[in-house]
Design a protein around this ligand. Sequence first.
Ligand SMILES: *Cc1c(COP(=O)(O)O)cnc(C)c1O
Length: 382
Amino acid sequence: MRMAKFRCPTFSSQLVIDLDAFAANYHAVRDHVSPSGCGAVVKADAYGLGARRLASRLHREGCRTFFVAQLCEALDLRAALPPGCTIVILNGLDPGGEQACADWGFVPVLNSDNQVRRWRYTARLRGRPLPAGLQLDTGMSRLGLSNASALALAQDGSLSSDIDLRFVMTHLACADEPDAAANDEQLRRFEQLTMSFPGVPRSIANSSGTTLSSSYHLDFVRAGIALYGVPTRPLSLKIFPVVRLCARILQIRELSPGTGVGYGLTYTASGPQYVATLALGYADGWPRGRGNIGAAWHRDVRLPIVGRISMDSMTVDISGVPPGEIAEGDFVDLICPNQTLDDIAAGADTIPYELLTRLGGRHARAYVEDNVTTLHMPGEAY
Ligand SMILES: *Cc1c(COP(=O)(O)O)cnc(C)c1O
């Protein structure tokens, strides 16, 4: 991440990340799928929350398998984890990344014939089998070998001299729709195809996949979003919120009836009204589509957003707060128990995954662990 040369003495918004809740969510998923295993998906900097920090905590909780998307994420993570952990690269093997991947002992997921070929070639150069997972496409048409390629590979007697096959996996297209026929269809295809890889551990489920029937747990699951505090559907696990977000009030003003607010003057005050401008905008990951929709919160008082969201600010109506109770410089909540990631996403034509991964680097970050808070100012390594 971008490093500031001097410590910024103040901040405009704060992201609070509760590592104890995060650990509890990991145990909830792990207990739910036991005796199947539970690996943690920490790609995209642990969905924006800080992969090194979060993976270290999971290691303390007993997690030993971590999934990232890219080689650069694996390299970033390895320094934070003690030896003996497995780091899996879900997107597989970029051309040119083979040597680094082999040097560091990462486990690429081989998704295409080309990736298989390049990894086998690397193994032969090194004179030993290299570890890998294999992804099979069972209907999502995103990543993974076709049936024909998978079967050809299974029948190739020399595969094991090149590749130490750690697992076979596939990914569900509709795991969050428990009634979708595609789930059973993908499971059936996967079970059939993996008969050609006897004894190799199998994995199909992401977070929502774990709450489909236990036939989806197989040897291990790959849990992401549930660990970060977003409840899975159908709701069956006890998931605690992990993230809070608050922003500072930059200015408070009184509007007379008929006054417009923000770009395009898309909001007009209907009566006398108090509004506050908050130091958080779409450059901080707040969906611009939330202009005139949604709210911030002051304790249990809803503060409706008025006007468009700007890059670095938004304006909210604070008329519902008793006079004198909030002032310039105070903080109000954007993500909080009154307004969950699911609530925000639902009104903004997006999903909690996108909200989390877009929060960006301008917030101060407070990690809460064992009831101790560590604060990182904006731009500081975390
Ligand atoms: C991102 C990802 C996951 C984790 O998904 P969640 O819905 O966040 O649990 C699991 N498997 C693969 C292949 C992924 O890309």
